[in-house]
Write a protein that binds this ligand. Structure first.
Ligand code: GTR
Length: 421
């Protein structure tokens, strides 16, 4: 036995060295960022130019969607026909200022299957006759964390899991009721005339590397049986859940489904961008400090890198994305192209000055580089009626750290009002 194992040890040591050697330390020095060349936005893969909105919609947009699906987020199964159960009909909440509803949305179209709890608040005055615009987003810590309301149904705790390497999986951090109040601003949002809908992202897929054995992945065994480098990772699973949330909002009488803003912070901002890129029902997409794999350009070596994100979160992207670790200069795509997929709908990219890990400058540059797709598509769609083409895109940066703050919400609401008027 001993003899058998001996030769393997030096090999293991070698492999570990290779892994650490491949991960250079994060760069935070702007003078060390070399000039970068971004992949073309308005040129098709065959080299032909994209000159009109029809060229974009008919050819370039589908081509880029396929590229991001194949190389980055992975292909998800078709969403099931909507099946939901009203757990709580609209009832007065938050001292009469709001209505609260709680809905279970099932993941396989069958009512006995697992699902996510969608928590909804609207202004007290909302009705089927006067539905309200909505903000939809996943939360990090469970529905009871988003505001102080003892009637929010407890989160559904997932069974203890195992990591792909056989170790016990981490359990979700317990959340105190209302612990995320400042990040959700529910009372303020309803006072401004908006509805808000949210679900816990772990309901869809627990956030650890389990080899895609649990969460929604487990509910599609036939799809998983033929798993390849192009199959969905966890970010795509959360995006899939967001789209299912929209399937429900389209049926929700209190929601004006033509005006739904999809928002997400950090890793959930990455998912929001992918859901917004793939699903044109979202009329506004808000990426808050989504950084690497979100709004930030990957080709800028600043803060988090593709190699680092794939190492620390191997389950987030599809298998193929791992091939781009530490090969950013060779990547045939970058995040400005993902942002462009939102056009001609509205897009807000939010950054924080101290959130250097997410590369605020890279987030702004990606947004700027996506602008030609917005000019092309919005310009032709709205022509003279919309002199302010830039109003379809906003970049918001505020002082402070990686977080969702009240000032972020104020900016999002201001922008929503501007694009929805
Ligand atoms: C970090 C990760 C970021 C971001 C963040 C978050 O650790 O490196 O890409 O997603 O987590 O989601 O809070």
């Amino acid at each position: 036995m001993g003899m058998k194992w001996k030769p393997i040890l030096p090999l293991l040591v070698l492999m570990m060295n290779a892994a650490t050697a491949a991960e250079p330390p994060a760069n935070y020095d702007e003078t060390k960022v070399p000039p970068i060349v971004l992949p073309e936005l308005l040129k098709n893969g065959d080299g032909s130019p994209v000159k009109t909105a029809a060229d974009w919609t008919g050819k370039r947009r589908p081509e880029l969607l396929a590229l991001f699906e194949k190389q980055m987020f992975g292909r998800a199964p078709e969403r099931p026909a909507l099946a939901f159960e009203v757990q709580e009909e609209a009832v007065p909440a938050l001292n009469g200022k709001a209505l609260r509803k709680q809905i279970k949305v099932f993941f396989t179209g069958k009512k006995e299957s697992p699902g996510m709890n969608l928590l909804i608040y609207t202004p007290a005055s909302a009705s089927a006759q006067s539905p309200v615009p909505f903000f939809l987003g996943l939360n990090f810590e469970g529905n009871p964390s988003v505001c102080e309301d003892p009637r929010i149904l407890p989160r559904m705790e997932p069974a203890a899991g195992q990591l792909a390497n056989g170790q016990p999986a981490p359990t979700a951090k317990p959340a105190a009721p209302g612990s995320q109040t400042s990040r959700w601003q529910v009372e303020w949002l309803v006072s401004q005339g908006f509805g808000t809908a949210t679900a816990w992202y772990w309901d869809i897929d627990p956030d650890y590397d389990d080899g895609f054995k649990n969460g929604v992945h487990a509910l599609y065994p036939d799809f998983e049986k033929s798993r390849t480098g192009e199959s969905w990772g966890s970010l795509a699973a959360w995006a899939w859940g967001l789209r299912l949330g929209m399937d429900y909002l389209e049926k929700e009488p209190l929601c004006d489904a033509k005006h739904v803003a999809l928002h997400g912070h950090s890793r959930l901002g990455k998912s929001a961008l992918w859901a917004g890129a793939t699903d044109e029902r979202f009329s506004l997409v808000i990426s808050n400090e989504s950084g690497c794999g979100g709004a930030a350009l990957s080709k800028r070596p600043f803060g988090e890198t593709v190699g680092r994100i794939n190492t620390v979160f191997p389950h987030w992207f599809c298998g193929n994305y791992h091939a781009w670790s530490n090969r950013e200069p060779e990547m045939p795509f970058d995040q400005h192209q993902l942002l462009a997929l939102i056009a001609p709908r509205a897009l807000l990219v939010g950054s924080a000055e101290e959130d250097l890990w997410a590369d605020p400058t890279g987030e702004r540059l990606a947004l700027e580089a996506s602008a030609p797709a917005f000019f092309l598509t919005v310009g032709e769609a709205k022509s003279a009626k919309s002199p302010l083409l830039q109003a379809r895109q906003a970049y918001f940066i505020r002082p402070g750290k990686h977080d969702v703050m009240f000032s972020d919400w104020q900016a999002w609401v201001d922008f929503a009002r501007a694009v929805w008027k």
